[in-house]
Design a protein around this ligand. Structure first.
Ligand code: HEC
Ligand code: HEC
Length: 279
């Protein structure tokens, strides 16, 4: 029976013609949105585990429903709703991630991806998603199908990533003072981020932060001004400590763990938080 294909071809021609007539413009067809993404057909073998095809299929369903609109069917960040967003949706085929408690450049651990999905990235189109544990885990596993990096490398083991608990809990004011000193005099965060008053009076501000091109993400970024820009990973002390300790993968924001004692990293988290607005 050739009726169905002939009918749909006729309907397509009709739709294009109608589009042309009604707008006076040639209709631009988005073929990607009409091509059905195919569900995974095999297990995914990672260096330290095998993810079953059943889990991947569950992740695929969630991804198609909730993520593909921005991140694209192929995970390349080119979903129909993602075009033109700033910052752009992450391109998962590059295997590069920013917000993770691993040294800059390593693959994130499952809990890092789950945290980002659960909390979202403040001030961006990446919203917080309230998914059940199983749904969350399956979509995390499914993301790994997009880049071959996951089949070759494993994220660092938790034992290498140990950080100490916040030592400043009983002295938050002392932490802010110490953080301010380290920020301006020791770590020189203000070579990239702004230098704030009153220190600015003593050390001239090098100027407004400059946009830099990030090849890993094929986009431009700005070192945030903590007084004005939303902290994407959140402004809790835990989140700021994590960002400062581990840096943002594939960006100029360095990993400070190892370069400064953990006590100083916590003090920096207090100082940065004191600069951020509480909304
Ligand atoms: C409305 C658009 C939109 C939707 C829908 C969306 N995201 Fe995102 N996502 C973004 C944007 C934009 C970024 C990049 C933010 C940035 O660079 O600061 C991002 C970043 C990410 C990151 C990268 C985090 C990192 O450490 O680099 C992950 C992982 C992610 N999204 C997963 C998901 C998952 C899973 C879903 C579906 C449950 C989803 N996203 C749905 C827009 C979206
Ligand atoms: C070499 C330049 C550079 C230095 C030095 C630097 N940063 Fe950054 N930082 C950046 C850039 C660039 C970004 C934004 C990266 C992006 O958006 O991809 C950033 C982002 C951040 C963020 C934002 C995270 C979020 O959730 O949005 C925090 C917090 C931060 N830096 C703290 C610090 C502190 C504290 C220091 C000093 C210990 C420091 N940075 C030193 C370049 C730098």
């Amino acid at each position: 029976m050739k009726v169905a294909p002939a009918l749909s071809a006729a309907m397509l021609v009709g739709t294009v013609a109608a589009g042309w007539i009604s707008t006076g413009q040639p209709l631009r067809l988005h073929w990607t949105s009409t091509v059905q993404a195919t569900p995974p057909s095999a297990d995914l073998t990672l260096p330290d585990r095998v993810v079953s095809v059943e889990t991947l299929r569950e992740g695929f369903v969630t991804y198609q429903r909730r993520c593909a609109g921005c991140h694209g069917d192929e995970g390349d960040g080119r979903g129909v709703s993602g075009v033109g967003l700033s910052p752009p949706p992450r391109d998962f085929t590059r295997g590069a991630f920013k917000f993770a408690a691993v040294p800059s450049g390593s693959l994130p651990r499952d809990e890092d991806l789950a945290r980002t999905i659960r909390h979202g990235l403040a001030g961006t189109a990446m919203l917080p998603w309230s998914l059940g544990e199983r749904e969350l885990d399956s979509v995390v596993q499914y993301l790994k199908t997009f880049s071959p990096r996951w089949r070759r490398e494993r994220p660092p083991p938790l034992s290498e990533l140990a950080t100490s608990p916040d030592p400043w809990r009983s002295d938050p004011e002392g932490a802010i003072r110490e953080g301010e000193r380290i920020y301006h005099r020791e770590a020189l965060c203000s070579t990239c981020h702004p230098a704030y008053a009153p220190v600015a009076a003593r050390r001239p501000d090098p100027g407004a932060p400059v946009m830099q091109f990030e090849p890993a993400y094929n986009t431009w970024v700005l070192s945030p001004d903590f007084r004005r820009h939303p902290m994407r990973a959140g402004r809790t002390l835990d989140a700021l400590h994590r960002t400062i300790a581990f840096g943002l993968g594939g960006t100029p924001m360095p990993t400070w763990q190892g370069a400064l004692p953990d006590r100083s990293l916590w003090a920096l988290a207090y100082y940065v938080r004191s600069l951020t607005p509480s909304w």
